[in-house]
Design a protein around this ligand. Sequence first.
Ligand SMILES: [Ca+2]
Ligand SMILES: [Ca+2]
Length: 210
Amino acid sequence: MNHSQLAKPIAALVMALGAGLAQADSTPVNLDFTGTTGSFSSYLEDGYQLTAATANGLTSTVYTQKVGKTTTVTNVTMLTSGFTFSSATPKGEFRLTSLDLDNQYTNANGNKIFGGTVTLAYTLADGVTGKTALTLDSGLGLQNFSESLGPLLSFTLTAIDTKNKSAPFQVDNITVQSVPQATAVPEPGALALLVAGVGVVATLARRRRA
Ligand SMILES: [Ca+2]
Ligand SMILES: [Ca+2]
């Protein structure tokens, strides 16, 4: 076996090891709130946690929306006056990619309230904090907001209505993707495998020559 013949299997081995060491792409997780209905102070789904701003301030509820004259969409959403969202894994970093919001509700005077602003406040993995306002239209139904935020440690959502009052709102389909933590050095087991593999190839080469 000459040098180029030896180089091929070593390259293949290193590539195979590299693929094994590379961080797998995390699949997006969708919090659709279909798990359990009821009222909660905190709610867990798909490894992520919502912590209500007030006691039992989260209600997983069946929400019916009429679109046009005929279509009725029934969905389970979370009704809340505000919450903090975080990974259930300590310091689990994630990206927020999408969420659906609506703040359609009937106030104490029986008036339908629409519109308003939901404030998205977040803490990035490096500790930097930020804030963005999500403006809701006056139409019926959930509105999708596409986001590209992260890596995050947590975020909070709170709403104010068009009369500048703290308001309940519906949230659904919070889509996040966990951010794998970078591994600086290969694991000892992987290194041992690489050394053993190179040894086998070298031994084979020596036997060929003998
Ligand atoms: Ca889910
Ligand atoms: Ca849902």
